[in-house]
Design a protein around this ligand. Sequence first.
Ligand SMILES: *Cc1c(COP(=O)(O)O)cnc(C)c1O
Length: 407
Amino acid sequence: MSTTSGTKIDKSSLPDASGHFGQFGGIYVPETLVTALEDLSKEYEAAKRDPEFQAELAGYLKEFAGRPTGLYHAERLSEELGGAKIYFKREDLLHTGAHKINNAIGQALLAKRMGKKRVIAETGAGQHGVATATVCARFGLQCVVYMGAVDMERQKLNVFRMRLCGAEVRSVESGQKTLKDAVNEAMRDWVTNVRDTHYILGSALGAHPYPMMVRDFHKIIGEETRLQMMEKEGRLPDELVACVGGGSNAIGLFYDFLEDEDIRMVGVEAGGYGIEQGKHAARFEGGRLGVLQGSKTYILQNPDGQIELTHSVSAGLDYAAIGPEHAYYRDVGRIEFAYATDDDVMEAFKLLCRTEGIIPALESSHALAYVTKRAPQMSKEQIIVVSLSGRGDKDVNQVAQLLGADV
Ligand SMILES: *Cc1c(COP(=O)(O)O)cnc(C)c1O
Protein backbone atom coordinates (compact mmCIF):
# COMPACT_ATOMS: atom_id res chain seq x y z
CA MET A 1 0.00 0.00 0.00
CA SER A 2 0.95 3.67 -0.25
CA THR A 3 1.02 5.74 2.90
CA THR A 4 0.55 9.47 3.45
CA SER A 5 4.24 9.96 2.78
CA GLY A 6 4.07 7.76 -0.32
CA THR A 7 6.16 4.91 1.08
CA LYS A 8 5.18 1.46 -0.13
CA ILE A 9 4.49 -1.00 2.70
CA ASP A 10 6.27 -4.30 2.21
CA LYS A 11 6.14 -5.77 5.66
CA SER A 12 7.86 -9.00 4.66
CA SER A 13 11.21 -7.18 4.34
CA LEU A 14 11.05 -5.76 7.87
CA PRO A 15 13.16 -5.89 9.88
CA ASP A 16 16.16 -6.20 7.53
CA ALA A 17 19.05 -8.59 8.22
CA SER A 18 20.59 -6.20 10.74
CA GLY A 19 17.32 -5.89 12.64
CA HIS A 20 16.33 -2.45 11.35
CA PHE A 21 12.90 -1.09 10.56
CA GLY A 22 14.08 1.80 8.39
CA GLN A 23 16.36 3.78 10.68
CA PHE A 24 14.87 2.23 13.84
CA GLY A 25 15.75 -0.90 15.81
CA GLY A 26 19.16 -2.55 15.47
CA ILE A 27 21.44 -4.23 18.02
CA TYR A 28 22.89 -1.69 20.47
CA VAL A 29 24.24 -3.97 23.18
CA PRO A 30 27.52 -4.74 24.97
CA GLU A 31 29.81 -7.00 22.94
CA THR A 32 29.29 -9.92 25.36
CA LEU A 33 25.64 -10.14 24.29
CA VAL A 34 26.15 -9.99 20.53
CA THR A 35 26.83 -13.72 20.21
CA ALA A 36 23.86 -14.57 22.44
CA LEU A 37 21.57 -12.46 20.25
CA GLU A 38 22.96 -14.02 17.08
CA ASP A 39 22.42 -17.51 18.49
CA LEU A 40 18.89 -16.54 19.49
CA SER A 41 18.19 -15.24 15.97
CA LYS A 42 19.40 -18.46 14.39
CA GLU A 43 17.44 -20.65 16.78
CA TYR A 44 14.32 -18.57 16.31
CA GLU A 45 14.55 -18.74 12.50
CA ALA A 46 14.91 -22.53 12.72
CA ALA A 47 11.98 -22.82 15.16
CA LYS A 48 9.82 -20.67 12.91
CA ARG A 49 10.31 -23.10 10.04
CA ASP A 50 9.94 -26.21 12.22
CA PRO A 51 6.39 -27.64 11.97
CA GLU A 52 6.91 -29.53 15.23
CA PHE A 53 7.72 -26.33 17.13
CA GLN A 54 4.77 -24.54 15.57
CA ALA A 55 2.40 -27.40 16.44
CA GLU A 56 3.63 -27.48 20.03
CA LEU A 57 3.21 -23.69 20.31
CA ALA A 58 -0.31 -23.86 18.85
CA GLY A 59 -1.18 -26.63 21.30
CA TYR A 60 -0.16 -24.66 24.38
CA LEU A 61 -1.84 -21.48 23.10
CA LYS A 62 -5.07 -23.44 22.77
CA GLU A 63 -5.06 -25.75 25.80
CA PHE A 64 -3.01 -23.79 28.34
CA ALA A 65 -3.63 -20.13 27.42
CA GLY A 66 -7.18 -20.37 26.06
CA ARG A 67 -6.91 -19.32 22.40
CA PRO A 68 -8.67 -18.40 20.24
CA THR A 69 -10.01 -15.46 22.24
CA GLY A 70 -13.43 -14.09 21.36
CA LEU A 71 -14.21 -11.16 19.09
CA TYR A 72 -17.02 -9.63 21.09
CA HIS A 73 -19.63 -7.14 19.90
CA ALA A 74 -19.85 -4.49 22.64
CA GLU A 75 -23.48 -3.71 21.94
CA ARG A 76 -24.32 -1.54 24.92
CA LEU A 77 -21.13 0.51 24.67
CA SER A 78 -21.74 1.04 20.93
CA GLU A 79 -25.29 2.20 21.68
CA GLU A 80 -24.18 4.50 24.48
CA LEU A 81 -21.57 6.19 22.26
CA GLY A 82 -23.97 6.36 19.31
CA GLY A 83 -21.59 5.83 16.39
CA ALA A 84 -19.45 3.01 15.05
CA LYS A 85 -20.13 -0.63 15.86
CA ILE A 86 -17.51 -1.59 18.46
CA TYR A 87 -15.88 -5.00 18.79
CA PHE A 88 -13.41 -6.14 21.46
CA LYS A 89 -10.65 -8.65 20.86
CA ARG A 90 -10.79 -10.40 24.22
CA GLU A 91 -7.14 -10.93 25.21
CA ASP A 92 -8.31 -10.20 28.76
CA LEU A 93 -9.78 -13.71 28.87
CA LEU A 94 -6.43 -15.45 28.43
CA HIS A 95 -4.72 -17.37 31.26
CA THR A 96 -2.95 -14.94 33.66
CA GLY A 97 -5.18 -12.09 32.43
CA ALA A 98 -3.47 -10.44 29.48
CA HIS A 99 -1.96 -10.96 26.02
CA LYS A 100 1.52 -11.38 27.57
CA ILE A 101 1.14 -15.16 27.88
CA ASN A 102 1.31 -15.52 24.04
CA ASN A 103 4.90 -14.31 24.01
CA ALA A 104 5.87 -16.00 27.29
CA ILE A 105 4.84 -19.44 25.99
CA GLY A 106 6.65 -18.89 22.68
CA GLN A 107 9.90 -17.83 24.33
CA ALA A 108 9.77 -20.55 27.01
CA LEU A 109 9.50 -23.18 24.26
CA LEU A 110 12.45 -21.50 22.56
CA ALA A 111 14.47 -21.63 25.81
CA LYS A 112 13.71 -25.34 26.10
CA ARG A 113 14.76 -25.87 22.49
CA MET A 114 18.07 -24.09 23.18
CA GLY A 115 18.64 -26.28 26.24
CA LYS A 116 18.62 -23.30 28.61
CA LYS A 117 17.44 -24.24 32.07
CA ARG A 118 17.30 -20.77 33.59
CA VAL A 119 15.03 -17.89 32.55
CA ILE A 120 15.16 -14.22 33.56
CA ALA A 121 12.65 -11.47 32.90
CA GLU A 122 11.92 -7.85 33.77
CA THR A 123 8.51 -6.65 34.84
CA GLY A 124 6.78 -3.33 35.52
CA ALA A 125 3.20 -3.85 36.68
CA GLY A 126 4.00 -7.51 37.12
CA GLN A 127 1.87 -8.93 34.27
CA HIS A 128 4.87 -10.06 32.24
CA GLY A 129 6.52 -11.37 35.40
CA VAL A 130 3.43 -13.42 36.22
CA ALA A 131 3.20 -14.77 32.66
CA THR A 132 6.89 -15.72 32.73
CA ALA A 133 6.72 -17.31 36.20
CA THR A 134 3.68 -19.26 35.00
CA VAL A 135 5.32 -20.73 31.90
CA CYS A 136 8.51 -21.48 33.84
CA ALA A 137 6.46 -23.49 36.35
CA ARG A 138 4.75 -25.29 33.48
CA PHE A 139 8.02 -26.19 31.72
CA GLY A 140 10.18 -26.74 34.82
CA LEU A 141 12.54 -23.82 34.23
CA GLN A 142 14.31 -21.86 36.96
CA CYS A 143 12.92 -18.32 36.96
CA VAL A 144 14.29 -14.99 38.22
CA VAL A 145 12.22 -11.83 37.73
CA TYR A 146 13.69 -8.33 38.16
CA MET A 147 11.24 -5.72 39.41
CA GLY A 148 11.73 -2.14 40.61
CA ALA A 149 11.29 -1.68 44.37
CA VAL A 150 8.61 0.95 43.77
CA ASP A 151 6.67 -1.39 41.47
CA MET A 152 6.98 -4.25 43.98
CA GLU A 153 5.30 -2.08 46.56
CA ARG A 154 2.57 -0.96 44.13
CA GLN A 155 1.90 -4.47 42.80
CA LYS A 156 2.27 -6.71 45.85
CA LEU A 157 -0.33 -9.18 44.67
CA ASN A 158 1.54 -9.89 41.43
CA VAL A 159 4.79 -10.35 43.39
CA PHE A 160 3.02 -12.99 45.48
CA ARG A 161 1.58 -14.70 42.38
CA MET A 162 5.10 -14.99 40.91
CA ARG A 163 6.43 -16.45 44.15
CA LEU A 164 3.58 -18.96 44.31
CA CYS A 165 4.69 -20.18 40.87
CA GLY A 166 8.20 -20.71 42.21
CA ALA A 167 9.90 -17.63 40.77
CA GLU A 168 12.49 -15.60 42.62
CA VAL A 169 11.57 -11.90 42.48
CA ARG A 170 14.59 -9.62 42.85
CA SER A 171 14.01 -6.06 44.00
CA VAL A 172 15.80 -3.38 41.94
CA GLU A 173 16.91 -0.40 44.01
CA SER A 174 18.65 1.72 41.35
CA GLY A 175 17.34 4.79 39.45
CA GLN A 176 13.59 5.41 39.57
CA LYS A 177 13.20 1.82 40.88
CA THR A 178 10.72 1.03 38.11
CA LEU A 179 10.63 -0.80 34.77
CA LYS A 180 13.62 0.81 33.02
CA ASP A 181 15.83 -0.03 35.98
CA ALA A 182 14.52 -3.60 36.05
CA VAL A 183 15.48 -4.00 32.37
CA ASN A 184 19.01 -2.75 33.17
CA GLU A 185 19.38 -5.38 35.91
CA ALA A 186 18.02 -8.15 33.69
CA MET A 187 20.54 -7.26 30.96
CA ARG A 188 23.35 -7.25 33.54
CA ASP A 189 22.31 -10.72 34.70
CA TRP A 190 22.16 -11.95 31.11
CA VAL A 191 25.68 -10.72 30.35
CA THR A 192 26.95 -12.73 33.34
CA ASN A 193 24.90 -15.92 32.88
CA VAL A 194 24.33 -16.05 29.14
CA ARG A 195 25.50 -19.67 28.79
CA ASP A 196 22.62 -21.26 30.67
CA THR A 197 20.10 -18.39 30.71
CA HIS A 198 17.44 -17.13 28.31
CA TYR A 199 16.07 -13.62 28.75
CA ILE A 200 12.30 -13.50 28.11
CA LEU A 201 11.78 -9.86 27.19
CA GLY A 202 8.18 -8.74 27.67
CA SER A 203 7.36 -6.35 24.82
CA ALA A 204 8.21 -5.54 21.19
CA LEU A 205 11.30 -3.72 22.43
CA GLY A 206 15.05 -4.12 22.88
CA ALA A 207 17.73 -5.38 20.51
CA HIS A 208 17.04 -7.53 17.44
CA PRO A 209 15.61 -10.21 17.28
CA TYR A 210 13.29 -9.33 20.19
CA PRO A 211 10.99 -6.77 18.51
CA MET A 212 10.45 -9.13 15.57
CA MET A 213 10.14 -12.27 17.66
CA VAL A 214 7.72 -10.78 20.20
CA ARG A 215 5.65 -9.40 17.32
CA ASP A 216 5.51 -12.82 15.68
CA PHE A 217 4.33 -14.48 18.90
CA HIS A 218 1.48 -11.95 19.15
CA LYS A 219 0.43 -11.64 15.51
CA ILE A 220 -2.10 -14.41 16.08
CA ILE A 221 -4.27 -11.67 17.68
CA GLY A 222 -4.79 -9.99 14.29
CA GLU A 223 -4.96 -13.26 12.35
CA GLU A 224 -7.82 -14.49 14.52
CA THR A 225 -9.50 -11.07 14.30
CA ARG A 226 -9.50 -11.22 10.49
CA LEU A 227 -11.17 -14.65 10.41
CA GLN A 228 -13.67 -13.82 13.14
CA MET A 229 -14.59 -10.52 11.50
CA MET A 230 -15.22 -12.22 8.16
CA GLU A 231 -17.39 -14.78 9.94
CA LYS A 232 -19.43 -12.19 11.84
CA GLU A 233 -19.64 -9.30 9.40
CA GLY A 234 -18.48 -10.67 6.07
CA ARG A 235 -16.00 -7.84 5.75
CA LEU A 236 -12.94 -6.28 7.37
CA PRO A 237 -13.15 -3.53 10.02
CA ASP A 238 -12.62 0.19 9.29
CA GLU A 239 -10.39 0.95 12.23
CA LEU A 240 -8.18 -0.89 14.73
CA VAL A 241 -7.22 0.57 18.11
CA ALA A 242 -4.78 -0.60 20.78
CA CYS A 243 -2.88 0.89 23.70
CA VAL A 244 0.90 1.12 23.28
CA GLY A 245 3.46 0.60 26.01
CA GLY A 246 6.34 -1.11 24.21
CA GLY A 247 3.79 -1.98 21.56
CA SER A 248 3.30 -5.76 21.64
CA ASN A 249 -0.49 -6.03 21.86
CA ALA A 250 -0.82 -3.26 19.28
CA ILE A 251 1.54 -4.77 16.70
CA GLY A 252 -0.06 -8.16 17.44
CA LEU A 253 -3.44 -6.81 16.36
CA PHE A 254 -2.19 -4.58 13.52
CA TYR A 255 0.39 -6.79 11.82
CA ASP A 256 -1.93 -8.94 9.74
CA PHE A 257 -3.72 -5.81 8.44
CA LEU A 258 -0.74 -3.55 7.60
CA GLU A 259 -1.16 -4.06 3.86
CA ASP A 260 -4.96 -3.50 3.91
CA GLU A 261 -4.67 0.16 3.06
CA ASP A 262 -8.28 1.12 3.81
CA ILE A 263 -8.00 0.10 7.45
CA ARG A 264 -7.00 2.88 9.80
CA MET A 265 -4.78 1.93 12.74
CA VAL A 266 -4.35 3.96 15.90
CA GLY A 267 -1.99 3.35 18.81
CA VAL A 268 -2.85 5.08 22.08
CA GLU A 269 -0.07 6.19 24.40
CA ALA A 270 -0.19 7.23 28.05
CA GLY A 271 -0.89 10.97 28.41
CA GLY A 272 -0.57 10.79 32.21
CA TYR A 273 -1.30 14.14 33.89
CA GLY A 274 -1.04 15.88 30.49
CA ILE A 275 1.69 16.59 27.95
CA GLU A 276 4.23 18.33 30.15
CA GLN A 277 7.81 17.21 30.67
CA GLY A 278 8.03 14.36 33.18
CA LYS A 279 4.25 13.93 33.53
CA HIS A 280 3.39 11.46 30.79
CA ALA A 281 4.73 8.53 28.73
CA ALA A 282 3.62 9.57 25.21
CA ARG A 283 6.85 9.12 23.23
CA PHE A 284 5.41 10.72 20.10
CA GLU A 285 4.54 13.85 22.10
CA GLY A 286 7.99 15.31 22.58
CA GLY A 287 10.15 12.19 22.31
CA ARG A 288 13.27 12.26 20.14
CA LEU A 289 15.39 9.72 18.30
CA GLY A 290 17.87 7.98 20.55
CA VAL A 291 19.10 4.62 21.81
CA LEU A 292 17.75 2.92 24.92
CA GLN A 293 18.25 -0.65 26.10
CA GLY A 294 19.37 -2.12 22.79
CA SER A 295 17.26 -0.28 20.24
CA LYS A 296 17.15 3.00 18.30
CA THR A 297 13.72 4.59 18.57
CA TYR A 298 11.68 7.52 19.91
CA ILE A 299 12.60 8.21 23.51
CA LEU A 300 11.55 10.73 26.14
CA GLN A 301 14.90 12.30 26.98
CA ASN A 302 16.36 15.67 27.82
CA PRO A 303 18.72 17.52 25.43
CA ASP A 304 21.73 15.75 27.05
CA GLY A 305 20.21 12.33 26.35
CA GLN A 306 19.25 11.66 29.97
CA ILE A 307 16.02 9.68 30.17
CA GLU A 308 13.14 11.80 31.45
CA LEU A 309 10.82 10.81 34.27
CA THR A 310 7.58 9.30 33.01
CA HIS A 311 4.15 8.95 34.55
CA SER A 312 1.02 6.98 33.82
CA VAL A 313 -1.84 5.72 35.95
CA SER A 314 -1.07 2.31 34.38
CA ALA A 315 2.34 0.86 35.19
CA GLY A 316 2.24 -1.22 31.97
CA LEU A 317 2.46 1.89 29.75
CA ASP A 318 4.92 3.81 31.92
CA TYR A 319 8.12 3.53 29.85
CA ALA A 320 10.31 6.11 28.10
CA ALA A 321 10.82 4.26 24.78
CA ILE A 322 8.48 2.82 22.15
CA GLY A 323 9.05 -0.32 20.06
CA PRO A 324 11.07 0.43 16.89
CA GLU A 325 8.51 -1.05 14.50
CA HIS A 326 5.90 1.45 15.71
CA ALA A 327 8.40 4.28 15.26
CA TYR A 328 8.87 3.18 11.65
CA TYR A 329 5.18 2.85 10.75
CA ARG A 330 4.44 6.14 12.41
CA ASP A 331 7.15 7.88 10.38
CA VAL A 332 5.88 6.46 7.08
CA GLY A 333 2.30 7.37 8.01
CA ARG A 334 0.84 3.86 8.30
CA ILE A 335 0.01 3.83 12.03
CA GLU A 336 -1.38 6.94 13.70
CA PHE A 337 -0.92 7.74 17.37
CA ALA A 338 -3.05 9.44 19.99
CA TYR A 339 -2.81 9.70 23.76
CA ALA A 340 -5.24 9.46 26.67
CA THR A 341 -4.82 11.23 30.01
CA ASP A 342 -5.25 9.48 33.37
CA ASP A 343 -8.58 11.27 33.89
CA ASP A 344 -9.99 10.15 30.52
CA VAL A 345 -8.73 6.63 31.24
CA MET A 346 -10.58 6.46 34.56
CA GLU A 347 -13.82 7.60 32.89
CA ALA A 348 -13.45 4.96 30.17
CA PHE A 349 -12.68 2.30 32.79
CA LYS A 350 -15.89 3.10 34.71
CA LEU A 351 -17.95 3.32 31.52
CA LEU A 352 -16.93 -0.17 30.44
CA CYS A 353 -17.71 -1.71 33.83
CA ARG A 354 -21.14 -0.08 33.78
CA THR A 355 -22.16 -0.75 30.18
CA GLU A 356 -20.64 -4.16 29.46
CA GLY A 357 -19.86 -5.82 32.79
CA ILE A 358 -16.18 -6.02 31.86
CA ILE A 359 -13.50 -4.64 34.18
CA PRO A 360 -10.65 -3.71 31.81
CA ALA A 361 -6.95 -3.26 32.64
CA LEU A 362 -5.98 0.40 33.03
CA GLU A 363 -3.63 -0.10 30.05
CA SER A 364 -6.49 -1.29 27.82
CA SER A 365 -8.63 1.58 29.14
CA HIS A 366 -6.35 3.95 27.20
CA ALA A 367 -7.56 2.41 23.93
CA LEU A 368 -11.13 2.62 25.24
CA ALA A 369 -10.70 6.30 26.17
CA TYR A 370 -9.75 7.03 22.56
CA VAL A 371 -12.75 5.03 21.32
CA THR A 372 -15.20 6.99 23.48
CA LYS A 373 -14.16 10.09 21.51
CA ARG A 374 -13.68 8.46 18.12
CA ALA A 375 -16.73 6.17 17.80
CA PRO A 376 -19.31 9.02 17.91
CA GLN A 377 -17.54 10.64 14.91
CA MET A 378 -18.07 7.48 12.86
CA SER A 379 -21.26 6.19 11.24
CA LYS A 380 -23.30 3.23 12.49
CA GLU A 381 -22.20 1.27 9.41
CA GLN A 382 -18.56 1.54 10.37
CA ILE A 383 -16.72 -1.00 12.50
CA ILE A 384 -13.97 -0.41 15.02
CA VAL A 385 -12.01 -3.21 16.73
CA VAL A 386 -10.34 -2.54 20.09
CA SER A 387 -7.65 -4.71 21.60
CA LEU A 388 -8.83 -5.45 25.13
CA SER A 389 -5.28 -6.38 26.10
CA GLY A 390 -5.96 -7.37 29.71
CA ARG A 391 -8.41 -7.60 32.57
CA GLY A 392 -8.55 -5.11 35.41
CA ASP A 393 -8.50 -7.43 38.43
CA LYS A 394 -4.90 -6.36 39.11
CA ASP A 395 -5.98 -2.69 39.12
CA VAL A 396 -9.02 -2.84 41.37
CA ASN A 397 -7.16 -1.79 44.54
CA GLN A 398 -5.53 1.17 42.80
CA VAL A 399 -8.83 2.29 41.27
CA ALA A 400 -10.57 2.02 44.64
CA GLN A 401 -7.91 4.27 46.11
CA LEU A 402 -8.23 6.81 43.26
CA LEU A 403 -12.01 6.86 43.66
CA GLY A 404 -11.75 7.15 47.42
CA ALA A 405 -13.69 3.93 47.90
CA ASP A 406 -13.32 1.87 51.06
CA VAL A 407 -12.39 -1.74 50.18
C1 LIG B 1 1.94 -4.95 29.60
C2 LIG B 1 0.60 -4.56 29.15
C3 LIG B 1 0.39 -3.62 28.12
C4 LIG B 1 1.52 -2.85 27.48
O1 LIG B 1 2.41 -3.61 26.75
P1 LIG B 1 2.46 -3.66 25.17
O2 LIG B 1 3.71 -4.38 24.89
O3 LIG B 1 2.47 -2.25 24.66
O4 LIG B 1 1.24 -4.39 24.72
C5 LIG B 1 -0.90 -3.35 27.71
N1 LIG B 1 -1.96 -3.96 28.29
C6 LIG B 1 -1.81 -4.85 29.29
C7 LIG B 1 -3.03 -5.47 29.88
C8 LIG B 1 -0.54 -5.19 29.75
O5 LIG B 1 -0.41 -6.07 30.76
